[in-house]
Design a protein. Structure first.
Length: 89
């Protein structure tokens, strides 16, 4: 079973300055991070950072991977694929 992705988005990685190839990652997946921190590529390596825009509104029972807002009824893979505060449930 693949590790569960934590809510929220990773901060945008900046391309400057260029990264050195020998930088060691501090994590590989979200579950390597404590509490609500996410494992994100940030400042040239994967590390545990606070997520951006974690969506915390609850999902209704018995939903099938759809954004909560009815006008966005395409299937989604995670909350970050849904606009605003909508959740992928």
């Amino acid at each position: 079973m693949p590790p569960k992705e934590k809510p929220g988005a990773c901060p945008k990685e900046l391309d400057f300055p260029p990264c050195k190839p020998s930088v060691k990652n501090n994590c590989e997946v979200d579950s390597d991070c404590k509490e609500t921190l996410k494992c994100c590529k940030y400042q040239c390596k994967k590390q545990c950072v606070p997520p951006l825009g974690a969506k915390t509104n609850p999902c209704p029972p018995n939903t099938v991977s759809k954004c909560l807002d009815k006008k966005y009824n395409d299937e989604c893979g995670n909350d970050n694929q849904c606009p605003g505060t909508d959740r992928c449930c």
